[in-house]
Structures are given as C-alpha cells and as structure tokens.
Ligand binder design. Structure first.
Ligand SMILES: NC(=O)c1ccc[n+]([C@@H]2O[C@H](COP(=O)([O-])OP(=O)(O)OC[C@H]3O[C@@H](n4cnc5c(N)ncnc54)[C@H](OP(=O)(O)O)[C@@H]3O)[C@@H](O)[C@H]2O)c1
Length: 306
C-alpha cells in the first residue's frame, strides 16, 4: 500500500484527502515507479474542479493529483525494453504524482541524468517541456523579440531561458515583485496589469515578433493587440480566447525525446528549473495552494519520502 493525495469529488480544496492504495500494476509499455518528487501544476487543481482535457475519458474518482514525477523504477510491464528496476527516471505519469507509487508509460519517460536531482527532474515533463514545445512551435529566428506573459511562473521561467538559448530577445511580463527574477533569466521585465500594451511598446520600441501567453484573458488580449501576424500568437493558458484572436494553443509533443532534450539543457547549465518551494508529501495540500493562488515563482515540487 502507498499514500496518495486525491480528490474524491469535483470541487474546491474540501474534496482533497489522503488515501492508502495498492501500488498500481504496470501494463504493457509501463513502468511502476517509486516516486521521489512530483511537480505541482495549475492543471492539477483545474482537474479537481471538473475541467477535462479535450478527448480525455471521464475521471474515475477518487483521482490522485499530479502528472509529472521523478523516481526509481520498481518493476517494468510486459514488452518494456531499455528500462530496468533500479533506474532513475522522470516523466509524465498516468496514475498521479502526489503519491508513493505511479505508472509511467515509456513513451513519456526518460532516464534521469545523474547530474539532475529528482526534485529538478520532476519540474521538467510539464512546465519545462511545455516551454520547450511552445518556443519550438514559434520557430523564430535569432534576434527576434518574443513577449512572454506569466514570465515568472513555472512555464515562464523555462520559456525565457529556452528562448534565450535560441538567441531570442525576450520581454517578460510579470508582477513588479518578480522584476529581478525575470531580469536574472535574461528578459526585459514589463510589469503586468492594466495598460500592458503601452508598457510593452516602451520596452520594445521596434515591436514584438511573437507572443507566448501563459496567463490568458486580458493579458492575452493585450499581448495579441501588439502582434499583426497572429500565426506567432500562442498560449498554454486560454485556448478559447486565443482561437477568437486568430492564434493557437501550444502543441504538446509529449515524447521521451523532448524530455531528453530538456534534461540535456539542464545538465549543460543552460536551463535552471528554479524550484523555489518544496513540500513533503504530507504537505501536498499547502503545496497545491501555493500554485492555486496563481502567483507561483518558478516551480513548486513535492518531495516524496524526504
Ligand atoms: N497545455 C499544456 O500542456 C499546459 C502545460 C503547462 C501549463 N499550462 C497552463 O499554462 C499556464 C501557466 O502555467 P504555469 O505552470 O506557468 O503557472 P504558474 O506557475 O501558476 O505561473 C503563472 C503566472 O501567471 C501570472 N499571473 C497570474 N495571474 C495573472 C494575471 N491576472 N495577470 C498577469 N499575470 C498573472 C503569475 O505571475 P505574477 O505573480 O507575476 O502575477 C504566475 O507566475 C496555466 O494556465 C497552466 O494551466 C498548460
């Protein structure tokens, strides 16, 4: 049996609780992993409220929170090649992240480089990989100017760094309190809030070439207004608004190859996940609150068995 932090119904934090559950059985192409660290993401609380990803099957309650982990392979399912018990891995989990045991499909699992901590590795499959996918989707030439909203959050800090690796100039929109943080990553900081367009024009007088939105709503609308070529407008946060504005949602690759590429950037020192807060599994609720309040700085990670 192992501990799992779950939601038992759709709703607010009151539907969250711990349960004990048997370790899941690895099916064909799956790894049973003893979780050492799990990333916390906004989608975790959104799913609890009843949000469903397009095409996703109905949730079978109770559902364990979390979808990105790093840990140690305990068993491999039928047909698995290239992984063995004892391997340190990270990836996108099928059966939760705020848990002691979970399943990773090998298609979205990668070996954890020894130089990468479990805590940093757990921050990569959702946030850093989404940043990577979005910057690649925009396919901008070196020197182009990319505006990132929500630049100081989990995806944003990775997006700034990955864009800088590609030689882009970055304007990062974040609250005033994150100015130094965003600038330390190599972006020009622009404070968020009303009249955003004016401040961006002042910070980038020659204009911007693309937008990677991580906030949605008014911030996305304001950013879109600065961009003539809406093929260079993408969001990870608000597909409905971006479709109306002529842009697109980020296309997630969700492959082991992307995990390897993102991990290599960390090992090379070109990408720092910036895990700014860690919580033990017993504090999964406060960890989720730290993201749900909407103003996380970098990544929040739950450490399991710490
Ligand atoms: N499609 C996918 O596969 C995918 C994957 C990952 C994430 N996402 C989505 O992408 C979004 C960002 O994810 P994340 O992990 O980076 O979230 P996060 O860590 O919570 O960061 C979001 C940032 O948005 C800023 N923010 C919040 N409210 C704002 C407002 N009203 N105006 C301006 N800025 C505001 C906050 O910064 P300040 O404190 O500076 O305000 C915060 O740092 C979320 O909607 C998430 O669900 C989608």
């Amino acid at each position: 049996m192992g501990k799992a932090y779950v939601y038992t119904a759709f709703g607010g934090p009151e539907v969250e609780t711990f349960i004990d559950r048997p370790a899941p059985e690895p099916g064909a192409g799956e790894l049973l992993v003893a979780v050492r660290a799990a990333g916390v993401n906004p989608v975790d609380w959104k799913l609890r409220t009843g949000f469903r990803r397009p095409g996703a099957p109905p949730a079978q309650l109770p559902v364990a929170f979390g979808s990105e982990v790093a840990g140690i392979v305990e068993r491999v399912g039928p047909g698995v090649e290239g992984f063995a018990p004892g391997d340190a891995v990270f990836g996108s989990s099928l059966t939760g992240g705020y848990v002691e045991h979970t399943l990773l499909p090998v298609t979205v699992a990668a070996r954890k480089p020894a130089a990468l901590s479990f805590t940093d590795a757990a921050a990569l499959p959702v946030a850093a990989a989404t940043a990577y996918d979005g910057v690649r989707q925009l396919d901008l030439p070196a020197g182009a100017v990319l505006l990132i909203t929500g630049a100081g959050g989990g995806v944003g800090v990775a997006a700034i760094q990955i864009a800088r690796v590609r030689g882009l100039r970055v304007v990062g929109v974040a609250s005033e309190g994150k100015k130094d943080f965003v600038e330390s990553l190599g972006a020009i900081h622009v404070p968020s809030g009303p009249d955003l367009a004016e401040r961006v024009r002042a910070a980038a007088p020659d204009g911007i070439d693309a937008v990677y939105d991580l906030v949605g709503g008014d911030a996305l609308e304001a950013a879109a207004g600065l961009l003539e070529d809406r093929s260079k407008l993408i969001t990870a946060a608000d597909r409905a608004t971006v479709a109306r504005l002529g842009g697109a949602g980020v296309e997630r690759a969700r492959t082991a190859a992307v995990l390897d590429e993102v991990a290599a950037l960390v090992v090379d020192g070109r990408l720092t996940p910036h895990v700014t807060r860690t919580f033990p599994l017993e504090q999964a609720g406060p960890a989720l609150r730290a993201v749900e309040e909407g103003h996380a700085r970098g990544k929040v990670v739950i450490e399991v068995g710490a």
